[in-house]
Design a protein around this ligand. Structure first.
Ligand SMILES: Cc1cc2nc3c(=O)[nH]c(=O)nc-3n(C[C@H](O)[C@H](O)[C@H](O)COP(=O)(O)O)c2cc1C
Length: 239
């Protein structure tokens, strides 16, 4: 920890290589200006077509957090009971991971901040519908074969575009949290019971939630991430 640098000027590579999922959090409150800084970092991320139709529901109210706790615990119970460790992970490491998941679930009510990342493409879709002539002209220019192929992939194109408009910003948020010394974790398993979380938070139907990021001052230390070497993952020129 002694050689870790904190603050907005912390070296980017150092921040990246020590930004781990921090699930054991102190109940101490997080100043509002730091939360706003995290969200600002998230907004610096790119979005498809520069639509910027993100929203971040920031939950610090104890009653609201408590309403989400039983749903979260139901998911963790299911996850721990049903999942097995990935090949590269030892049984010990898996036990340590599930222990932190359990800890977080058991202490959910104490998490100081939950950031729920949302996105919606209703306005982009409405814009598309207003310019159907342009769409038709574009499809005609593609020719029937490519037009058919693009139509087949339209749903994937739309869902990838929406999803990929959220996570780059969230990675910024996580990196900023680490730089500021705040613990955070990207989580997506709430999507299994998304509507229940949306009901608690009053999130409208057309808005999709992509992650819940618990944030707080960490009990443990930031440390080097444990990853496969990049050399193993790189495939030069072709697969
Ligand atoms: C797409 C995605 C979904 C994730 N969902 C969850 C989740 O639902 N709950 C959770 O505790 N962690 C979740 N994580 C965090 C991962 O478990 C974590 O990043 C991974 O185990 C590596 O751990 P490390 O960051 O501490 O090295 C998710 C990460 C990603 C990228």
């Amino acid at each position: 920890m002694a050689d870790l640098v904190f603050g907005e000027d912390a070296p980017l590579f150092d921040v990246m290589s020590t930004m781990r999922a921090m699930r054991r959090l102190k109940p101490d409150p997080v100043p509002r200006e730091l939360i706003e800084k995290l969200i600002t970092a998230a907004t610096y991320g790119p979005s498809g077509g520069n639509n910027q139709t993100y929203s971040f529901v920031v939950v610090t109210d104890r009653d609201q957090v408590a309403r989400m706790a039983p749903i979260w615990r139901r998911i963790v119970d299911f996850y721990v009971a049903s999942q097995s460790p990935p090949e590269h992970m030892s049984d010990d490491a898996w036990q340590r991971l599930t222990a932190t998941l359990r800890y977080q679930a058991d202490h959910f009510e104490e998490i100081p901040v939950l950031i729920v990342a949302c996105y919606e493409l209703r306005s982009a879709r409405a814009r598309m519908m207003r310019s159907l002539d342009k769409q038709r002209a574009g499809l005609r220019a593609l020719g029937p074969w490519h037009a058919l192929s693009s139509a087949r992939n339209l749903a994937k194109f739309a869902s990838t575009g929406e999803t990929a408009s959220v996570y780059p910003g969230l990675q910024n948020l996580l990196l900023m949290a680490r730089a500021l010394g705040l613990g955070a974790t990207l989580t997506t398993w709430h999507t299994m019971f998304e509507q229940e979380f949306k009901d608690v938070l009053g999130i409208p139907r057309h808005v999709h939630t992509y992650a819940i990021v618990p944030v707080g001052w960490p009990m443990g230390r930031f440390g080097p991430v444990n990853r496969r070497p990049a050399a193993d993952a790189i495939r030069w020129e072709r697969w």
